[in-house]
Design a protein around this ligand. Structure first.
Ligand SMILES: Cc1cc2nc3c(=O)[nH]c(=O)nc-3n(C[C@H](O)[C@H](O)[C@H](O)COP(=O)(O)OP(=O)(O)OC[C@H]3O[C@@H](n4cnc5c(N)ncnc54)[C@H](O)[C@@H]3O)c2cc1C
Length: 331
């Protein structure tokens, strides 16, 4: 691993100052569970690592503006245990599905939201677009875990965030600070993600010198939610596809719905088709199935990953049923 400076700020302002000296060559360390692996593999070679773990303002969960503010450093364990988050069932289910107590105790919410792709070409040094001599390796080579939506451009990887689908389905907003000490913006989490068309563009809107400080979740009276991950193994594993649903019900019928898929596109994938299919319907096995079919109606699989379309359909169906407490046996 390349040698680097290590900085240990105590406040958001100090962190931004330390990042501001040479923002392009600075990396943020939260739980470190993924960053260290990327540095060991020489995929990321920062001159300075800014460890944000001791910034108290980013460690809390508290009520704010009719919702709940979640600090960037809140761990997966905190999500599982904090009573303020207990009503966000889809989020708790997503944290519970990470089957490793070490990761649950050190992995953070923002580390998950900013997690770089698990694409094996990216992790082997071929860049985000995974190209060689102008040709897409996931298309020519092995793309079995790659995108089945949003893959018409050069990016074929799938987003690696596990919590964004649940948070987006709840209408989450993300607070970004930097690069200057006074700079701050709040935007819908859905708009935080982008699909790069060149190697210089990133996976999110974050610019060098910026970081995620908080995520805000609205409280929606009476809303129910569920998350479903399709996993290959029962142990620590990344989903092959996932879905999160937040539903509002009125008179036994769906009056509002947001369905978001994960691990199927370079960004979390909001399915208007699935939401439209559910509106005005009661939640039943049949309507959930139809919503799942609607969700994948415009999938564009690569040569190796057609199986993911079926998995995505099933994830949507089960997330909807789980929201309404209709998924037999929990899983
Ligand atoms: C061997 C191994 C296997 C794993 N397998 C799985 C798995 O199967 N399923 C699963 O769900 N999880 C898995 N994880 C865990 C996953 O890495 C963490 O759950 C989490 O996604 C990362 O959190 P972190 O705080 O450790 O992030 P870090 O590693 O500290 O950071 C991750 C990325 O986010 C950036 N970042 C961190 N915080 C911020 C911020 N506030 N603002 C801007 N950028 C930020 C970092 O610079 C880095 O690029 C695994 C981890 C390891 C080590």
């Amino acid at each position: 691993m390349k040698s680097f400076e290590f900085a240990d700020p105590r406040t958001e302002t100090e962190a931004l100052e330390l990042m501001g000296d040479n923002p392009e060559q600075t990396a943020i360390f939260a739980g470190g569970t993924d960053l260290i692996a990327l540095m060991q593999a020489d995929v990321i070679r920062p001159d300075r690592v800014v460890d944000i773990r001791n910034i108290e303002s980013m460690q809390q969960v508290y009520e704010a503006d009719g919702g709940v503010m979640v600090g960037a450093l809140v761990t997966l364990d905190d999500v599982l245990e904090n009573p303020l988050l207990a009503d966000y069932a889809s989020l708790v289910q997503a944290a519970d599905a990470v089957h490793a107590i070490q990761i649950q105790s050190s992995g953070t919410i923002a580390g998950d939201l900013c997690h770089l792709p698990n694409c094996w070409y990216y992790r082997s040094g071929y860049g985000l677009l995974a190209q060689e001599n102008g040709k897409s390796l996931p298309e020519l080579g092995d793309g079995r875990y790659h995108a089945v939506f949003g893959n018409s451009g050069p990016a074929k990887y799938v987003t690696a965030t596990r919590f964004a689908p649940a948070m987006i389905a709840w209408g989450a907003q993300v607070r970004i600070i930097g690069p200057g000490p006074e700079d701050e913006e709040v935007l819908p989490l859905e708009h935080f993600y982008k699909t790069p068309r060149t190697e210089r563009q990133g996976t999110t809107v974050l610019k060098p010198g910026q970081l995620v400080s908080h995520v805000w979740l609205p409280r929606i009276a009476g809303a129910v939610s569920g998350n479903y991950d399709v996993l290959q193994t029962a142990g620590l594993d990344w989903p092959l596809a996932s879905a999160a649903a937040t539903l509002e019900l009125s008179g036994g019928r769906v009056s509002d719905a947001c369905i978001v898929l994960g691990f199927v596109a370079p960004t979390p994938w909001v399915s208007q088709e699935a939401a439209s299919a559910l509106l005005g319907q009661p939640v039943t096995e049949e309507t959930a199935q139809l919503a799942g079919e609607a969700a994948v109606s415009r999938a564009t699989p690569l040569k190796d990953n057609g199986y993911k379309v079926q998995l995505a359909k099933t994830a949507v169906k089960r997330a909807i049923l789980r929201s309404a407490g209709l998924l037999e046996g929990g899983l």
